[in-house]
Design a protein around this ligand. Structure first.
Ligand SMILES: [Zn+2]
Length: 344
């Protein structure tokens, strides 16, 4: 199987400052660790180009793109939690171009393609926060919709934060099945992603949200994943799967309160890769959030092991779930809410 990864030295300029949780050298450190572990050789490396303004405008409002451009000239703040350093317009455009380039590779004989600087799911059409500038997931979907005439896109967003920007963009669109697992919005930014939010009008059933209580561990999480994600994927029959594989669900992550362990990422990535093989054989992996600089690199590594089906993954002691019953009840609620649309 042919696999691709995109990388550019300038990815490391996506740096929101030394006192900010998003540290710029993560792409470089990820690549070094993959190389050290002899996993990188399984992927052909491509250098992406910046997304053009025309690409960004397929999703974002012209006034928003202008706003980011202006901030980028002087430096400033996009929102309370998101500083906009000088030059961020170019860097965020490059991150977006990275996802587009990786997406394109799936139509050139590659079955898995990774962007280590992708998954900016908090960016909406006309505003953003949560360290995101442009929604590379949506820009890539619109690019592939036009260029490759795709009709069914599936997003599997496992970042600990709810993908509110992506949801805003696609809540009325039944061609995009947007599935997000996240820590409950009552306890974490951005506060959205309730189990009752399932899409609007004829797109009902095409937005799927599963919120988890703080303290959820790998066992409950994987069980919930297996009950929801494979049946929906098989029934939806996607043309492509976009996997936002954020690892800020790890127990050592400083921004959130879930308790996933290294091995969880291996199992999840292996399942997603298997679903892609069963359905469309086109898997775009956007590495997403992760703010403990050591744990996130190891977690990303395990995602690569899962994609490769390589048994040499890292393990650590499991952390017991604090509230298995609440997870179980929420999964039942979700199944109930989706029962008119999916056979779960
Ligand atoms: Zn996140």
């Amino acid at each position: 199987m042919k696999r691709a990864i995109v990388y550019h030295e300038d990815f490391n300029k996506y740096d929101l400052g030394t006192d900010h949780p998003l540290i710029g050298d993560k792409p470089k450190n990820t690549m070094s660790f993959l190389k050290e572990k002899s996993v990188l050789s399984e992927f052909q490396v491509f250098t992406p180009k910046k997304a053009t303004e025309a690409d960004l405008l397929k999703v974002h409002d012209p006034s928003y793109v202008e706003h980011v451009k202006k901030l980028s000239l002087t430096g400033g703040w996009l929102s309370e939690d998101t500083p906009a350093p000088k030059g961020i317009f170019e860097v965020a455009s490059l991150a977006t171009g990275g996802s587009m380039c990786a997406g394109e590779k799936l139509f050139e004989g590659y079955e898995v393609a990774v962007n280590p600087l992708g998954g900016f799911h908090h960016a909406s059409k006309g505003h953003s926060s949560g360290f995101c500038f442009f929604n590379d997931i949506a820009v890539t979907i619109e690019y592939l919709r036009e260029k490759q005439k795709l009709k069914r896109f599936m997003i599997i967003d496992l970042d600990v934060h709810h993908g509110n920007g992506t949801q805003d963009i696609y809540i009325d669109d039944k061609t995009v099945l947007n599935l997000s697992f996240h820590q409950d919005g009552r306890t974490l930014y951005p506060g959205t992603g309730r189990v009752e939010t399932i899409g609007r009008e004829d797109a009902a059933g095409y937005t799927v949200n599963l919120p988890f209580p703080p303290g959820t561990g790998g066992a409950s999480y994987v069980k919930a994943f297996e009950e929801i994600v494979p049946p929906i994927t098989r029934q939806f029959k996607p043309d492509i799967i976009l996997y936002q594989s954020g690892v800020d669900t790890h127990h050592a992550d400083p921004l959130a309160d879930m308790n996933l362990t290294y091995q969880t990422y291996y199992h999840l990535a292996k399942s997603v890769a298997g679903l892609s093989q069963e359905t469309c054989r086109k898997l775009l992996v956007l590495l997403g959030g992760g703010y403990n600089s050591v744990a996130c690199i190891k977690s990303y590594y395990n995602i690569f092991c899962g994609l490769l089906g390589n048994n040499d993954f890292l393990e650590e002691e499991e952390i017991p779930d604090t509230d298995q019953e609440e997870v179980y009840n929420t999964v039942q609620k979700l199944k109930q809410n989706l029962s008119d649309y999916w056979n779960l």
